[in-house]
Structures are given as structure tokens and as C-alpha cells.
Write a protein that binds this ligand. Structure first.
Ligand SMILES: [Zn+2]
Length: 399
């Protein structure tokens, strides 16, 4: 790419990111933001209009717009939300979740597909291809579909190779090799907690962006860290295994072979064991468990209160260590067991504030507003980000 082409490409991404975050902007604002001449902005914007990615929108009060370009009608530039679409898939236990985002990163469609037993990697690849083809058959999305994101519940490498998904029973799966021949779109593979974290941060540009943590409270306890708008993946992409944060030397045996991990205290199996005396429940019973515990605790059921107390206690222990380590401004709690956290949120916040090292500011605990689709929405957001976004933080500071 010649230097001029690179500059044009970066300017285009900056305009698209700016419009996604602030909604719309005048050409003069864009010129100031890019530090280029109005003539350059006109060329860039015209090109984006021709490609259907942005459009002119009328100003609410055109007469009051003082600093518009002379001779040009009083319009702002905004994204053409239907100019591009991104498909996200989350592979879960007994469930595939789907989400479609438009160019404005808003959710256009979200659905889920329950299935019995376990799906093989080949079956999942076939189903993703089927869904992509279904979208391409729809004239509304056919030309606009630009990328696919896929979130898996476990350890995946940065290159998309699936290392280990204990909860769905996959090991060492070269998923990109399976999917590549089936779809003709770029696709991006990510761990489900990383995808959920990215979705939560990407969909709310007003959040303070310096450091956000994400904890998915489910069968496992996946975590993710976002620093300056980017996922912290580690050397191989496996960072954020918060579920295996060891809180004690004793305690229940964890799936990783150690004792005393956070996941073995607050994972779905631990919660089921404490409330029902067994973790051997059907998938439907497990799905209903968090709601049942919260309802029973409201009726003062002793077992439910004990389960909720234990969950809150161990979650606080885990969060205290994480907050001491990372100093996040926001911690998102997501996944089905976030319902338990929601029922005890004041207590958990106070416990974290009391437990962290003096001088470390307490973060804001937030419940994910994208539940239960955050993995699929986040996967689609990752595809959006790779295609049309320069950086979440690049346009936060007004110039
Ligand atoms: Zn463990």
C-alpha cells in the first residue's frame, strides 16, 4: 500500500469510528478531527457515500449552524446503518446464539438455537455456514454482510485454533480449516468472555475506557481485560482465565486439577451442589437454577440464602484480587449467574471496597445489559472492529 493509500484508509476508519461514537458530525468537525483540509474531507466523504457507508443527514436547526462550509447545504454526515452487517455466533453448552449487528454496531437480529447433547466441530461449522447463507439469501443483507465473529467457551489461540473447550468436549480443533471452505467472508475467532467483554465496551462508548474487567458467571468463570479499548490477550491469546484464580489450598476439586479455584466455588456446578445437594441436573434445570435461588431467597428459604451468601462471599474474594491486580474503572458481571450477583450487588460492592488495598479506588460493578447474547454480540462487534474501526479511544477526546 502506498503511503497515500494508507493515509486514506486510516482517515476513512477514523471517520467511521468518529461517526459510530458521536452519531453524526459536520464536514468541518471531521476536517478538524483529522487535521486535513475541507477539500480532502469532501473527497473522503464522497467516496464513503458512493460505497453506501455514510450519508448526509439534515440538521435539526440548519439556520443556527454557523461554521458550515460555504455553499454547501446544511447537512451533517452520519453512518448509513444499513451499509454493512456483521454476524456473531456464540457456541455454548446445548445452545448456539446468533446476533447480527449493523454498521452503527446496533443489534438488528438476535436468536438462539438449543440443541440436545453435544455438537461436533464439523456440525458447528456447517450450522454457521447455513446461517451465513440464510442471511445472504435475504436481499436486505446480501451485499452488506462483511464479516463473521465466533465465540467459543474455553481456550482459543489468537490464530483461531481451538485448544481446549472442556465444557463442550473439544480439544485441539483447527476450526479455521473447517470453516474456511464453507464461507467466503473474513471470520474472527475469540474466547466467549473476551467477546462478551469487547461487546459490552464497544456498545457503550461513553464508558471510561482505560481498564475494564469482565467476568462471565456461568458453568465456568471466564474473564477478560480491556485496556485502552483493546483486549489483553496475553502471548498466545489465553489470558483472563479468572475462574482458576486460586482462593485457598483446600476446597472443591476444580476441572483444572487444582483445589480452591474461584470457579469451583461460584461456577454453576458449585451453586447447584449447594442449593440442590447435587450438580447432576439437566440443562433445563441448570438454566432455571439462578432464577429459582433468587425467588427462594426472597421467600426467606434458608438454603437459598446460604447459597447466595456463599456465592457473594467467594465472588467478593475473587473480585478483590482482580481489582488489586488491574485497578479497573468498571467490572462487568455477565452470564446466567449474574442474576445471583444482581440480587446481592450492594453487598458485593461493599465487600470489594472493604477488601481492596487502601488507595486502590473501588470500581463500578455493572451488570451486562447485553445478556444473554453478549458472546454473540461481542463476536459480531469484533468482526465490525476489524473491518471498520480504528480505535475506540481515538475519538473520545473532543478537539
Ligand atoms: Zn481451576
Amino acid at each position: 500500500m502506498a503511503d497515500q493509500t494508507i493515509a486514506k484508509y486510516l482517515n476513512e476508519l477514523t471517520i467511521l469510528t468518529m461517526l459510530r461514537i458521536q452519531g453524526q458530525a459536520s464536514r468541518i468537525e471531521i476536517a478538524r478531527h483529522l487535521a486535513v483540509t475541507p477539500a480532502t474531507v469532501t473527497r473522503l466523504v464522497n467516496n464513503l457515500i458512493e460505497r453506501g457507508l455514510v450519508q448526509d443527514v439534515e440538521l435539526p436547526n440548519p439556520g443556527r449552524q454557523a461554521n458550515r462550509e460555504p455553499g454547501r447545504p446544511a447537512t451533517n454526515v452520519a453512518l448509513n446503518a444499513d451499509g454493512a452487517f456483521f454476524f456473531g455466533v456464540e457456541v455454548g453448552v446445548g445452545m448456539l446464539r446468533f446476533a447480527l449487528l449493523n454498521l452503527a454496531a446496533a443489534v438488528v437480529e438476535a436468536s438462539e438455537m438449543p440443541f440436545n447433547g453435544r455438537m461436533s466441530p464439523e456440525q458447528v461449522a456447517d450450522e454457521i455456514a447455513l446461517q451465513v447463507n440464510r442471511l445472504k439469501d435475504n436481499p436486505a443483507y446480501r451485499d452488506g454482510l462483511k464479516g463473521v465473529g465466533i465465540a467459543f467457551p474455553g481456550i482459543v489461540r489468537s490464530d483461531g485454533f481451538v485448544v481446549n473447550l472442556p465444557i463442550v468436549g473439544w480439544r485441539d480443533v483447527d476450526f479455521p480449516r473447517l470453516l474456511s471452505p464453507l464461507i467466503d467472508l473474513p471470520f474472527f475467532i475469540e474466547n466467549d468472555a473476551n467477546a462478551g467483554a469487547f461487546g459490552c465496551a464497544y456498545n457503550d462508548p461513553s464508558l471510561p475506557g482505560t481498564c475494564t474487567l469482565f467476568l462471565k458467571l456461568d458453568a465456568g468463570c471466564g474473564g477478560a481485560v480491556i485496556v485502552d479499548g483493546r483486549l489483553m490477550r496475553g502471548a498466545n491469546g489465553t489470558a483472563g482465565e479468572f475462574g482458576h484464580l486460586r482462593l485457598s489450598d483446600d476446597g472443591p476439586l476444580c476441572g483444572c486439577g487444582n483445589r480452591g479455584c474461584l470457579e469451583s466455588r461460584i461456577g454453576l456446578a458449585a451453586v447447584a451442589e449447594q442449593f440442590w445437594g447435587t450438580a447432576h441436573l439437566s440443562e433445563i434445570e441448570l438454566a432455571e437454577l439462578p432464577g429459582q435461588i433468587v425467588a427462594a431467597a426472597r421467600r426467606n428459604d434458608a438454603r437459598a440464602i446460604e447459597t447466595l451468601d456463599s456465592f457473594a462471599h467467594w465472588l467478593v474474594q475473587g473480585l478483590v484480587s482482580l481489582v488489586n491486580l488491574y485497578n479497573p474503572s468498571v467490572v462487568f458481571l455477565a452470564g446466567p449467574l449474574a442474576k445471583l450477583a444482581e440480587a446481592a450487588i450492594d453487598r458485593i460492592s461493599e465487600g470489594v471496597s472493604r477488601g481492596i488495598v487502601t488507595g486502590v479506588p473501588a470500581p463500578t460493578l455493572m451488570l451486562s445489559s447485553l445478556r444473554p447474547q453478549e458472546g454473540a454480540i461481542g463476536a459480531a462487534a469484533i468482526a465490525h472492529h476489524h473491518t471498520f474501526d480504528i480505535s475506540r479511544v481515538a475519538v473520545i477526546t473532543p478537539r
